[in-house]
Design a protein around this ligand. Structure first.
Ligand code: SF4
Length: 213
């Protein structure tokens, strides 16, 4: 079991609210008890999907998640999605009371790293909400910022590209990032949150159980 004591301390020193749970189910129960009668936007995230957060929060909130508009098994299949609906959902999620995202990597020193293709997820973690919540499992933890960036680029992104059947070099061997120039490149921008952005509350929900990529 990962020791999350140091990362919790470092995040708290930077001004994040931090809560630690053993399981995704406990994290979901915590967030469901904390969030009520709000508008909530979700970023694309296997972690959020795996812990069933959308279903729980939808009981007492208005939750917008573009992933709910498409077939999970064909997430980026142009034939199965309506691009105008997807865009509208991404836009709507940028203007909710609360925005929830996972992360591609977390440094024990307290930096949160995310790579994005469309940009809605990373943009929404920077501005537009009264509160931003990151739900991050211990498998995303790295000892320092450099290694967190390395993880986001060389572990999380290739796994995601492979899961989407992208025609990118990383999706074949899933061994590293090849810094490709493919039209199907999913890594278009990277954002690091060093400290909670001004004028917004930031919470980090840490989970011991493995989730996401
Ligand atoms: S930049 Fe290209 S090769 Fe690197 S992880 Fe992203 S999609 Fe894969």
């Amino acid at each position: 079991m990962a020791d999350l004591t140091k990362v919790k301390e470092n995040l708290e020193k930077k001004g994040f609210i931090v809560n630690v749970f053993d399981t995704g189910a406990e994290a979901t129960a915590h967030l469901a008890s904390e969030i009520s009668d709000k508008t909530v936007g979700f970023g694309g995230s296997m972690t959020l999907k795996e812990i069933g957060l959308y279903e729980e929060l939808s009981k007492n909130n208005e939750v917008v998640w573009h992933w709910k508009l498409v077939d999970y098994n064909n997430l980026f299949n142009e034939k199965t999605k309506d691009p105008s609906n997807i865009r509208a959902a991404r836009d709507a999620a940028m203007h909710t009371d609360i925005y929830i995202s996972s992360a591609n990597a977390l440094a024990e020193t307290g930096e949160i790293v995310n790579i994005d293709g469309a940009g809605n997820r990373v943009a929404s973690t920077l501005w537009g909400h009264s509160k931003v919540i990151f739900v991050i499992s211990a498998n995303k933890l790295e000892p320092n910022y450099e290694k967190a960036v390395w993880r986001a680029r060389n572990i999380a992104a290739p796994k995601r590209a492979a899961s989407l059947n992208k025609k990118t070099p990383c999706a074949i061997k899933v061994d590293k990032c090849y810094d490709c120039n493919s039209d199907e490149r999913i890594c278009r921008g990277m954002v690091t949150i060093w400290k909670p952005m001004q004028f917004q509350e930031f919470e980090v929900v840490l989970i011991q159980e493995d989730h996401g990529m």
